[in-house]
Design a protein around this ligand. Structure first.
Ligand code: DGL
Length: 281
């Protein structure tokens, strides 16, 4: 499937994908900032988590999903996954040079400007934290600001969020996992936590509770969902691709796993009930 700027239509939908339900935290900001747009959300839950896949596997999944979303007429693409952005955005931009593409990257730059003591923890998947793109970003921001970034892989956390286990009970397994990952960061004196995986905003309340159990200091959480939606709006404006139709915008879900699981995530996490279709891509 090819995409050329001349075939792009303003009333076409925007394609958004993630390894699973994490990208819904980005979709939430897109709906708030671009309420008139038709959206397609693709959860690759049949292949989740991406955090323990090889780089090549993540690139292959990202290319296959993007080809599918373009077949459905997508006018722009949001890679609502840090792991896929770090592994595959270069390949996606090379394959589709005319397609407006927005990726998600852990917010190291905003964290460095917010942090008071320059000690910042980056919570993300193992794969994202090993990616050259992230390591280069860390070096660049450290050199420019003097900030220190402690990289904390949160193995298994995206999986628990995929199951809608959000750590609401302080004695549950998700809460225990957060304690294990966050307490050592606080002990090292960080004052800022970067949520470097789009799944993590859904456990924000449990993260705040975990932090409060250790310190009364102000600890800032950094999530880039809002900035991603703003960048998408800028790209649509630059290409004159804002939707013109005035009828109610449509939202469609696709999943490579169980329809019920994505429907439950839409409703439990965002209080939305869109149609959801299963497919094998
Ligand atoms: N939500 C994804 C991210 O932002 C990845 C979770 C996973 O599949 O490991 O990195």
């Amino acid at each position: 499937m090819t995409f050329t700027a001349s075939t792009a239509r303003p009333n076409a939908p925007i394609g958004i994908f993630d390894s699973g339900v994490g990208g819904l935290s980005v979709l939430r900001h897109i709906r708030a900032q671009l309420p008139q747009e038709d959206l397609m959300y693709f959860a690759d839950s049949g292949y989740a988590p991406y955090g323990d896949k090889t780089e090549q596997q993540v690139v292959d999944r990202s290319l296959a999903i993007t080809a599918f979303l373009l077949q459905q007429g997508a006018k722009a693409l949001v890679v609502a996954c840090n792991t896929a952005t770090i592994a595959a955005i270069k390949a996606l931009r090379a394959r589709y040079p005319d397609l407006p593409i927005v990726g998600v990257e852990p917010g190291l730059k905003p964290a460095a400007s917010i942090s008071r003591n320059g000690k910042i923890a980056v919570l993300a998947t193992e794969r994202a934290l090993r990616g050259d793109k992230l390591l280069a970003l860390r070096e660049q921001v450290s050199a420019a600001t003097g900030a220190t970034f402690i990289l904390q892989p949160c193995i298994g956390l995206a999986d628990r969020i995929e199951q809608c286990e959000l750590g609401n009970d302080p004695t549950d397994a998700t809460s225990a996992m957060l304690e294990r990952y966050i307490a050592p960061m606080l002990a090292q004196g960080v004052d800022t936590l970067v949520l470097g995986c789009t799944h993590y905003p859904f456990v924000q309340d449990a993260i705040v509770r975990t932090v409060r159990a250790h310190t009364q200091e102000t600890i800032t959480l950094v999530d880039t969902g809002d900035a991603v939606a703003r960048q998408l709006a800028r790209l649509l404006d630059a290409a004159s691709l804002r939707r013109i139709d005035n009828d109610a915008p449509r939202l469609q879900g696709y999943t490579t796993a169980k329809v019920e699981a994505l429907a439950k995530a839409f409703s439990g996490l965002l209080d939305l009930q869109p149609p959801v279709t299963h497919l094998s891509v």
